[in-house]
Design a protein around this ligand. Structure first.
Ligand code: FAD
Length: 470
């Protein structure tokens, strides 16, 4: 009997999964059986398993467990992907086809090309789908057939283009098509880590409904507030594929809510597609500024400052609260990503690539293109980025975004008893205040490592130097 592989990578859901949907159709028409595969590639988890990867493996573990309850087993392969699949092709000579949702950028793209070549040598047909994005790279182009580099015109075009509606899988067909074998494989990497973040399709749908019921109507107004639930917090689910961006788009568009909230949200989903498109156009986006003018910015090497930033000890409460939240939970609000990125690059004058790398390890929603795009935006070196002279003031931002200091107090226990007068500028407290508010010498919160106004001037000079060299 014919067999076909379904290779899951970052699409851990049953509904609206294009590769799975088409594989089940194929199995029905060709009377074939499906083999579900997860491949553990050492490229993605060298060394310590950081927060971001822990969440990912937790999500994979939960998905497999759910599949097992439907009678579907996975084959887990480990090591070099090409060798893994060659072994599978040798072990299961009836395999005639392979289904997967494609990667269009980065290492994933190169890996897929190699595995495809190996599959073709075995005479195995390759079926891959653009599933991860509402509109993928190359699907939103200018009339001239070239890529957009500015978001606004990209978005105007994105809005008008037809989009693939979600597909509904018949679970009884899925169960019938799954090959049965006695493998109940597991790998020690796949387990439940300690995370407050939920995983999986059911939780993702609950989160989406909760967000649309309670928050979406005011999202356009409140999405920049950092101290309460103001955004969907769906990014970890999107990253692991527990819900598709398509499903989210059609669900939100179909709600009976005011246009402003809906439009603002759909625009954010378009940013995700935009950054993917930019990365496809500029494959070196992780290491090279898209705006080549800023290749020559003379960033400063300062290991000590980098460490202060990473550990949340810069002396600026909002920055430190955000970095501590990132270290503990693997997620921070978009606005805080912008402000912490700005602080590293324009206050500490440190190369954005260090920050990009740090976020890539910690974020449970880490996405190659959105992270590189976000960092290039905040560091003013990308396409359509914030101008280098518009630099966030960490105190003003703190007062605006966390007016009562409740967010700061959640993540900085040293400041828990400090009143609102000082919470954004604790260095203004005298010894008596510090004593009174529970942060006496020796246990106090650090003083600011740098002066914002002085550093702002230096940052502008740094960019002007780069401009002068062009
Ligand atoms: P919501 O506001 O509810 O938005 C809904 C969805 O839209 C998000 O889940 C996300 O998929 C998408 N989205 C929203 N804003 C953006 C944006 N600016 N760029 C791209 N997509 C967006 N997002 C990631 O998913 N992974 C990353 O690694 C990542 N790194 C970032 C690094 C920096 C320096 C910056 C400034 C932004 C980064 N973002 C990243 C974008 C954004 O911060 C997150 O997508 C967002 O905070 C996720 O929270 P949410 O789901 O509540 O967002």
């Amino acid at each position: 009997m014919k067999q076909a592989i379904v290779w899951f990578r970052r699409d851990f859901r049953l509904q609206d999964n294009l590769a799975l949907f088409h594989a089940v159709e194929f199995a029905r028409k060709q009377d074939a059986k499906l083999i579900f595969v997860f491949q553990i590639d050492p490229y993605f988890n060298r060394g310590k398993i950081e927060l971001g990867n822990q969440y990912f493996f937790q999500a994979v573990h939960a998905f497999m467990k759910g599949c097992r309850s439907l009678g579907i087993s996975f084959i887990i392969k480990k090591g070099d992907p090409v060798s893994s699949f060659q072994e599978l092709f040798d072990d299961y000579p009836d395999i005639t086809a392979m289904f997967l949702n494609e990667d269009r950028i980065g290492y994933g793209l190169q890996r897929d090309e190699k595995v495809k070549e190996a599959a073709e040598k075995y005479g195995i047909s390759w079926y891959s789908y653009q599933d991860a994005h509402i509109l993928g790279p190359g699907e939103v182009l200018k009339g001239s057939g070239t890529y957009y580099e500015i978001f606004s015109p990209y978005y105007r075009r994105w809005e008008t283009l037809p989009k693939q509606p979600p597909v509904k899988l018949d679970l009884s067909l899925l169960k019938e098509s799954a090959a049965t074998y006695d493998l109940h494989q597991q790998d020690p990497i796949l387990k439940v880590y300690h995370s407050e973040w939920r995983t999986g399709e059911k939780a993702a749908w609950e989160q989406m409904k909760n967000f649309t019921d309670k928050i979406l109507y005011s999202y356009h107004d409140t999405r920049n507030k950092v101290h309460n639930e103001s955004t969907s917090k769906l990014s970890p689910f999107i990253k692991t594929g527990a819900i598709s961006a398509r499903t989210l788009y059609f669900y939100v568009r179909g709600t009976e809510l005011n246009q402003d909230g809906k439009n603002a949200f759909l625009k954010e989903l378009a940013w995700r597609d935009f950054f993917q498109s930019i990365f496809a156009r500029y494959p070196e986006s992780r290491i090279k500024p898209v705006n080549s003018k800023y290749n020559a910015v003379p960033w400063r090497e300062n290991r000590e400052y980098l460490k202060l930033w990473q550990e949340g000890r810069t002396g600026y409460p909002l920055i430190d609260a955000a970095m501590r939240q990132l270290n503990q939970e693997g997620w921070i609000h978009n606005r805080l990503r912008m402000i912490t990125a700005s602080f590293l690059t324009k206050n500490f004058l440190i190369d954005w690539r260090h920050g990009e790398h740090y976020f890539s390890k910690k974020l449970i929603d880490y996405d190659l293109a959105s992270n590189a795009g976000g960092w290039q935006w905040a560091a003013s070196v990308g396409t359509d980025a914030v101008p280098y002279y518009r630099i966030f003031n960490p105190v003003t931002q703190s007062k605006q975004l966390d007016p009562d200091g409740s967010y700061i107090k959640t993540y900085i226990p040293e400041l828990r008893n400090v009143p609102i007068t000082y919470i954004h500028e604790p260095w203004k407290m005298d010894e008596g205040d510090r004593e009174a508010y529970g942060c006496p010498s020796g246990r106090e919160y650090p003083k600011p490592a740098v002066n914002h106004h002085e550093q702002r001037k230096l940052a502008i000079e740094m960019f002007q130097t780069a401009e002068g060299e062009n």
